[in-house]
Design a protein. Structure first.
Length: 458
């Protein structure tokens, strides 16, 4: 197998060996290394060309690795999960969200029009053509940056729109179907249903440990909250007009026992109540100290969570720059401020989405085959995980030699994925070029400036 990367990266690739056959594992090894070192657009053909993988295998072998080879994405996710367990706290923290991979081309399998959150506003929604992936990640604080959480995607599902009989006009006035890879009525599952499947899978891996799951308001409905395993607690955002109820009291009357008590004011009414007693405090949100006011109540959100008692927190920004918001937790052991601080740890997953798109070419592959489409983009998430795991084990000790001097950015204190990727590429080039004992001092002196120059382009 080709050794494109630094030797200390090899143990993380070997951890995935049980998930593949021998030929597939060699293709996985080569593609992972080539994907990390490639710059520019990362279509599969460019990955093969940039690393000269045709000297190692025929180029069709790498296409067949995604479209025909026998391997399962969930097995790779479990390997990453096992590598992460030593760094996790006693109570595991996960997050679920979806992301859009924009595409172009009418024959891209499974693509459709999806809501584009980056271009949309509250008044005007925008839609974009592409793939929509639902991702479950573990939120972990690594030893080299104990105060910063990183999102490690471990399970991925592609959301496919439901097949309809609608047709779009084509050239010359003809009608053409644009439903390549649309889901039939039996195959169709909503995003929350896909998220629930992944949550239940992770919960089955740790039956004796608790898992807290963070999700936005799309993942707060009954599709998830009423079907969670016993060891899973959900923390999410609540609709400000949610119908809240008191728990059902025990009344000695004949007939069916009540499922809910009296109606309570909804979060919006609680926030608008001029006589409400707001609690003023300062909490750490998104790495900053934030002053806020809050109210808290334990109640039922029966349409969503059924008879499960929730701890609800209504939040107000005293400066008035943000509107009032509401959050809830199924874990009643948490205080209101803990709920807010834990929910803010969902944000690293959004950072992960940006990083894989910007630095690993998540949106670049143009697949037209079902298996290849559902495998190629999710594999990039596991490459992202491997790079972070390598940096946590050994890369952070090599980072000072690969840091760029930014005299105009003196306030930068935390490390980003861009810094980590640059470190991995730089130390790889150093090892591959200067590890040759036959290289004389004069040649080393000539080559060193070129390596330093390439570091700025990494």
């Amino acid at each position: 197998m080709p050794h494109f990367l630094i030797r200390s990266f090899a143990p993380f690739l070997l951890a995935f060996e049980p998930c593949f056959t021998r030929p597939s594992f060699s293709s996985f090894w080569a593609l992972t290394c080539a994907w990390i070192l490639c710059s520019g657009r990362r279509s599969l053909t460019r990955i093969i060309q940039s690393a000269q993988l045709t000297e190692f295998k025929h180029f069709c072998s790498f296409h067949r690795f995604f479209s025909q080879a026998r391997w399962n994405l969930d097995d790779l996710g479990r390997c990453v999960f096992q590598l992460l367990l030593p760094s996790c706290a006693d109570v595991l923290l996960g997050a679920v969200d979806d992301t859009l991979a924009r595409k172009s081309g009418r024959h891209i399998w499974g693509a459709g029009m999806h809501h584009d959150p980056l271009r949309s506003t509250q008044k005007r929604p925008f839609f974009a053509f592409g793939h929509n992936f639902v991702v479950f990640s573990l939120q972990v604080a690594l030893p080299f940056a104990p105060n910063k959480y990183w999102a490690f995607p471990i399970l991925v599902r592609m959301y496919r729109k439901r097949q309809t009989a609608q047709r779009a006009p084509g050239k010359g006035g003809k009608l053409e179907r644009k439903q390549t890879g649309q889901a039939s009525a039996k195959q169709y599952r909503t995003r929350p249903e896909l998220a629930l499947e992944m949550i239940q899978m992770v919960a089955s891996w740790i039956p004796h440990r608790m898992l807290r799951v963070l999700g936005d308001s799309e993942y707060a409905g009954q599709s998830i909250s009423r079907h969670l395993p016993a060891n899973v607690k959900l923390i999410s955002r609540m609709n400000r007009k949610a119908a809240l109820y008191e728990p059902a009291g025990k009344i000695a009357k004949r007939g069916r026992r009540r499922k809910k008590g009296n109606r309570l004011p909804n979060p919006l009414q609680m926030a608008q109540n001029k006589k409400a007693n707001w609690i003023k405090t300062t909490v750490t949100l998104y790495g900053k100290q934030v002053k806020l006011w809050y109210q808290t109540i334990d109640a039922l959100w029966y349409p969503s969570a059924g008879q499960q008692l929730l701890r609800i927190v209504v939040v107000r920004d005293p400066s008035g720059r943000r509107r009032d918001d509401c959050f809830f937790s199924l874990d009643l052991t948490l205080a209101a401020t803990q709920i807010l601080e834990i929910f803010s740890r969902r944000w690293p997953l959004e950072v992960c989405f940006r990083d894989v798109k910007q630095f690993l070419g998540f949106e670049d592959p143009q697949n037209r085959v079902a298996k290849a489409t559902t495998r190629t983009a999710p594999l990039i998430f596991f490459i992202y995980d491997l790079v972070l795991l390598w940096h946590a084990q050994s890369g952070h000790r090599l980072a000072p030699k690969s840091t760029l001097d930014r005299l105009w950015y003196p306030q930068k204190t935390s490390v980003s994925f861009e810094d980590i990727l640059r470190t991995l590429r730089h130390v790889t080039w150093q090892e591959r070029i200067f590890s040759d004992p036959a290289l004389d001092a004069h040649t080393r002196k000539i080559l060193q400036p070129f390596v330093e120059w390439a570091k700025g382009l990494a």
